[in-house]
Design a protein around this ligand. Structure first.
Ligand code: FCB
Length: 447
């Protein structure tokens, strides 16, 4: 039996500005921390940068035709802050705003509902030079930027996402150093400050968006994962709980409970945020939805000598994607059910899910990606089970529309359902694109 989804379920694809737009010097765009980071030798695989990426800045109309052909009712995109405010504050760049105007108009013409992420990691470098997210003031600059963008686009855009994956901004950018701005700080003190300032920016943005956009639907996107203990021992279970604390609860608790988890505050010692009166109320402003990015689960083992006294282990006999991530579809159901139970967001969306595989064009110019089709099919089925278990899941966005700049991995990882031949910039729908077309058309997953 085909798995039928609820009427009105929103199917979409997701992208992010720096990963697809290119045109980094065009029409007055300012430098972002990802321009700086990707141009720093040794940071990105093969020395790749987002300078050209998918050249979406010039090819957006063609890309929207691709989405129309796919038949998706929704599209999640992000706005590049340095296009709007090249120095992060001060002078507005009209040409940058005009680009997003055209993009949104074109989506509306195609009948595609935009979900706009206001921050998908491309902080203006000028603000980084002043301390970036380590400074509390950056949350005010962010709020100002949000005000400008939502005033301009709020007549047509109703679905707003304040931030993409605060965990990656904090931990990958300011503890592990693998994302911009590339700070390495094993104490996690920087990450703690950054996550709090991002949360403050989020809280400030929520009321601004509501004031500027009649009928706004406001949310945030967290990357979350089910955390499993590698064994049933007390030590491994405690390690799994710690890892759940630093990856899931650290981000979701402030938003939905107005507090940081006590066990993690205790664990981090001095490396905790500087919380001012009123901060937590602001951060816990009611939301209309929570977006979840789900890729895999984590399997955790106690390891007294390792950082955080734990290590992640590879499950035996599992299937892995080109990212080395385990394919674990039921984790999506488990996570959605858990988030619904523990946090009760009014609505949930899967705002990213997908896989990187070593896709290649064959002699006849096709890309056969049966493993991606299997991945998607099994994750759609998991989402369907979550809905049956009572989760208010309203939509699902595939990561991603087309192959693009995959951050530290550059162009070496292909997540798209359309293949991009980067030298010619041709988009070639993969088999999974056609599979998804059928799912969208029937609002059901075939047997
Ligand atoms: C997520 C990011 C997204 C993409 C996927 C693979 O963490 O939000 O931009 O790179 O991973």
């Amino acid at each position: 039996m085909a798995l039928k989804f609820p009427d009105g379920f929103l199917w979409g694809t997701a992208t992010a500005s720096y990963q697809i737009e290119g045109a980094v010097h065009t029409d007055g765009r300012g430098e972002s921390i990802w321009d700086r980071f990707s141009h720093t030798p040794g940071k990105i695989e093969n020395g790749d940068t987002g300078d050209v990426a998918c050249d979406h800045y010039h090819r957006y109309a063609e890309d929207i035709r691709l989405m129309a052909d796919l038949g998706t009712p929704a599209y999640r995109l992000s706005i590049a802050w340095p296009r709007v405010l090249p120095a992060g504050k001060g002078q507005i760049n009209e040409a940058g705003l005009a680009f997003y105007d055209r993009l949104i108009d074109e989506l509306c013409k195609a009948g595609i509902v935009p979900f706009v992420t206001l921050y998908h990691w491309d902080l203006p470098q000028a603000l980084q030079d002043e301390g970036g997210w380590l400074r509390r003031e950056t949350s005010d600059h962010y709020a100002h930027y949000v005000d400008i963008v939502t005033r301009r686009l709020g007549d047509r855009v109703k679905n707003w996402i304040t931030f993409n994956e605060p965990l990656c901004i904090a931990d990958l950018g300011h503890a592990l150093g693998v994302h911009a701005p590339g700070h390495v700080d094993p104490s996690y003190a920087e990450a703690a400050h950054v996550s709090h300032h991002v949360n403050l920016g989020h809280g400030k943005a929520v009321s601004i968006i509501r004031a500027n956009v009649p009928g706004a639907h406001v949310g945030i996107v967290l990357n979350m994962a089910p955390i499993h203990a590698a064994s049933d021992t007390e030590e491994d279970r405690a390690a799994a709980r710690r890892f759940d604390g630093v990856t899931n609860r650290w981000y979701a608790d402030p938003l939905f409970k107005g507090e940081y988890p006590a066990d993690i505050l205790a664990l981090r010692g001095q490396a905790v945020p500087d919380i001012q009166p009123g901060d937590m109320q602001l951060i816990a402003a009611p939301l209309d939805f929570l977006g979840i990015n789900y890729y895999t689960r984590s399997l955790v083992q106690n390891a007294p000598d390792a950082p955080g006294q734990l290590k992640l282990v590879r499950p035996p006999n599992a299937e892995f994607t080109a990212m080395g991530w385990e394919v674990y579809p039921d984790g999506l159901r488990e996570l959605l059910v858990r988030v619904h139970r523990d946090y009760q967001p009014k609505a949930l969306y899967v705002t990213e899910n997908g896989c990187a595989l070593p896709d290649a064009l064959d002699e006849s110019g096709h890309v056969h990606d049966p493993r991606r089709i299997a991945y998607l099919r099994s994750h759609f089925a998991a989402a369907h089970r979550a809905i049956r278990e009572g989760v208010p899941l309203k939509g699902y966005f595939i990561w991603t529309l087309m192959d693009n700049f995959e951050w530290a991995y550059g162009y070496s990882k292909r997540f798209g359902i359309a293949y991009v031949d980067f030298p010619s910039q041709r988009r070639i729908p993969k088999d999974s694109f056609h599979f998804y077309q059928g799912v969208i058309r029937t609002n059901a997953v075939p047997e």
